[in-house]
Design a protein around this ligand. Structure first.
Ligand code: G3D
Ligand code: MG
Length: 176
């Protein structure tokens, strides 16, 4: 591993309250928890080290909204410098996907217009209100790089999704 490269990448989670953002990040980092670091802007930041392709060492800095999603103070600071965005909806509540298009994507366009987005259709262990076709076409409309059906409860696709956004974030990091 002598030729390893090291990066620190900021990844942010966004989406409506209770879609499972905190559960997803906790599942992924499993215990590596940095609580209330920057709590002044209403966020928790989790750190996890990963290695991609056996050669790129990445320190992921994963930002999760700690308080009221829409009224988070200093939105600019939450989005600033993000190299990847995990945009989360809850399959048991159609409205959370409507809000992705109506609220969150305009928010991204305002604060962080070119960072890569991965769409997470979470709570895949429960009965869904949306079919795959609807999720796929939403993903296309919002220019999501990829879409994962996740469950923070069972862990299904959680690691895959974080690794996928990390790979995209690395590319974005190199280009910006
Ligand atoms: P948020 O951070 O987006 O606000 P949370 O969402 O992670 O706090 O999750 C909200 C609730 O949904 C929690 O339930 C959590 O356990 C549940 N949840 C999150 N992800 C999943 C999932 O993939 N499957 C299932 N079945 N439940 C999930 P409580 O009852 O603790 O409020
Ligand atoms: Mg939360």
């Amino acid at each position: 591993m002598s030729n390893t490269k090291k990066f620190t990448l900021k990844i942010i989670l966004i989406g409506d309250p209770a879609v499972g953002k905190t559960s997803l990040v906790k599942k992924f980092v499993s215990g590596q928890f940095t609580r209330d670091y920057r709590s002044s802007i209403g966020t928790n930041i989790y750190i996890k080290n990963i290695i991609l392709d056996n050669k790129v060492r990445i320190t992921l800095q994963i930002w999760d909204i700690a308080g009221q999603e829409r009224w988070i103070k200093m939105r600019y600071a939450y989005y600033a410098g993000a190299k990847g965005i995990l945009l989360v909806g809850d399959l048991t509540r159609r409205n959370t996907f409507i809000q992705i298009e109506e609220f969150w994507v305009p928010d991204i366009k305002q604060y962080c217009p070119s960072a890569p987005i991965t769409l997470l259709a979470n709570k895949n262990d429960l009965v869904s209100e949306l079919n795959e076709q609807e999720i796929t076409s939403l993903g296309k409309r919002i220019n999501s790089i990829s879409t994962f059906y996740t469950s923070a409860k069972t862990g299904d696709h959680v690691e895959l999704a974080f690794k996928a956004i990390s790979e995209e974030a690395i590319k974005y990091f190199h280009d910006n």
